[in-house]
Write a new protein. Structure first.
Length: 280
């Protein structure tokens, strides 16, 4: 080996023409490696690479990639401060009659029509719209009811013999005072055949209720809350990364639309400064 290196390899490498040729090849290889980094270097680690050969986990990952038919949930969180008890605040979130075309739920619904780009497969669940339906339910359902002789006292579902009547609503929505008064009852009522719109099962953890500020007419304050939808099927780490990027883009669009509204409204009807962000 010594004789081969000293007598053949070293003279060849250090030759007059071979040495610059090797430097050119090395420089070209470095440039090539740098050029392919932005396109072929992917973020994330394939989970299979962390498993030993023959691991049963490899069969599991293969089955997930082949048979998985539903994506993970994604929650669009609205931070504390959104005025849900005002008409403007409701219209910029809900997705029913008289709601804004650029509301939070309308934009998520629009994104679900383009799952290849946004990775969102369905419209989001809406505690706001279900709360409106709950307050506006006919008396035949034991949903939102008050006593006939005292409209400020809530009539619970367990009261089947009391003199109860439907909650007073105007144009299918509760007044600002009634919104904060009835919301806790909506979130505590289990859905059943008597009232399918009870919100405890679906939304009891979706809405944070806070104590009102001193000298406020509100019964409670709506804190942070979320609206849930689902991603499309995500089969590899790259899909997860792109999906959360698209969810953040959608949340930023919603926040920006609220920011634009603040500049176009008077101080009395301003949408408070809060943001929307995705959580998965």
């Amino acid at each position: 080996l010594y004789r081969f290196v000293a007598g053949v390899l070293a003279p060849c490498i250090l030759g007059r023409f071979i040495r610059p040729l090797l430097l050119i090849i090395l420089f070209a290889w470095i440039c090539f490696c740098i050029a392919i980094i932005p396109t072929n270097l992917k973020i994330g680690l394939d989970q299979r690479l962390a498993m030993p050969l023959g691991s049963y986990e490899l069969d599991y990952f293969d089955a997930v990639a082949k048979y998985l038919a539903v994506g993970p949930p994604v929650y669009f969180v609205v931070t504390h401060g959104h005025p849900y008890n005002t008409l403007d605040g409701q219209n910029n979130v809900c997705n029913s009659v008289k709601c804004s075309n650029s509301s939070l739920l309308a934009q998520i619904n629009f994104a679900s029509k383009f799952p290849e780009y946004y990775y969102v497969t369905s419209p989001a669940t809406s505690w706001v719209d279900d709360f409106f339906d709950w307050t506006d339910a006919p008396l035949t359902y034991q949903c939102c009811r008050v006593y006939s002789n005292d409209s400020t006292t809530f009539c619970p579902p367990s009261d089947t013999v009391g003199n109860c009547t439907s909650c007073p609503v105007s144009d299918r929505r509760p007044s600002p005072e009634n919104f904060t008064q009835y919301l806790p009852f909506f979130l505590r009522q289990n859905p059943d055949h008597a009232c399918p719109k009870g919100g405890k099962a679906a939304y009891s953890t979706a809405v944070e209720l806070l104590s009102p500020v001193q000298n406020s007419s509100s019964k409670v304050l709506v804190g942070a809350n979320y609206f849930m939808t689902y991603h499309t099927v995500l089969r590899d780490p790259q899909d997860y990364i792109v999906a959360i990027r698209r969810a953040r883009e959608l949340a930023e669009n919603i926040t920006q639309s609220w920011n634009d509204l603040r500049h176009n409204r008077t101080a009395s009807t301003v949408i408070r400064r809060n943001i929307v962000f995705p959580y998965r």
